[in-house]
Design a protein around this ligand. Structure first.
Ligand code: SF4
Ligand code: SF4
Length: 225
């Protein structure tokens, strides 16, 4: 529990730093193209056809077509790096999958076309109760209890054999092949992707912060593309 708590607390502290950096980087980009005649900030209501309005439009273009694309490309690079690491077969992720959605909610989402929910339901079944899940990974459950306000549902895959092998390996769905698909996932120390997480965590946190800041600017600038 102490180790997992440390990981989460360090991640939160780092995110705060990255968020400040992202705010400053986005602000600087806006300032760089600001007409000298303007002293107001980018969130001001400018009259149509004014320099201020042109500035806002130009900056929205940059957010949409430059910054957002760069963020996307950098995420792709991080995912490519994942290929240098391997699953070590500890089976924790097969034995304990968490979701903010109940089985009924997942079913509804799957019926509405959500591919992740469809795949998830094709393999995972719910644990009878939280105590069953706790036996698999007590530190993780304790961490969730300490940090999560919303309800979490616990699942496991019945295709996992007693000797921790996948009994349908060739047909396992994409979500199994892609796990972990984000270096910010909380991974057990037995996971072969922990080094990937460590190596890419800083960049990933920065990119997540950038997404939040870009969304904020897009929402608050009082014109739309
Ligand atoms: S299908 Fe196989 S790899 Fe996927 S969760 Fe089940 S046991 Fe694990
Ligand atoms: S937790 Fe990591 S090492 Fe363990 S089975 Fe899942 S991907 Fe493989």
């Amino acid at each position: 529990m102490k180790d997992l708590n440390n990981i989460v607390n360090k991640q939160r502290a780092k995110f705060r730093e990255k968020f400040k950096q992202a705010v400053s980087d986005v602000q600087n980009q806006a300032e760089k193209i600001k007409p000298q005649s303007i002293s107001a900030d980018i969130f001001t209501e400018f009259p149509p056809d004014s320099n201020g309005r042109k500035w806002q439009n130009e900056f929205l273009e940059i957010l949409e077509n430059k910054i957002s694309k760069e963020i996307y490309l950098q995420f792709q690079e991080i995912l490519k790096e994942r290929k240098d690491y391997k699953c070590l077969g500890c089976a924790t992720c097969c034995n304990l999958a968490c979701s903010e959605y109940s089985p009924q909610e997942l079913q509804k989402r799957a019926e509405n076309g959500d591919n992740f929910s469809k795949q998830f339901l094709s393999i995972f079944i719910p644990y009878k109760d939280k105590e069953e899940a706790r036996k698999v990974y007590p530190e993780y459950i304790a961490l969730l209890e300490a940090n999560k306000e919303d309800e979490v549902y616990f699942y496991h895959c019945p295709k996992l054999t007693k000797d921790k092998r996948c009994s349908d390996y060739a047909n396992r769905p994409q979500i199994c092949r892609d796990f972990p698909d984000n270096p910010l996932c909380i991974l057990p120390s037995s996971c072969g992707f922990c080094d990937w997480r460590e190596k890419t965590e800083d960049t990933t946190l920065y990119l997540h912060a950038m997404i939040e800041v870009v969304e904020y600017y897009k929402e608050k600038i009082p014109v739309k593309l």
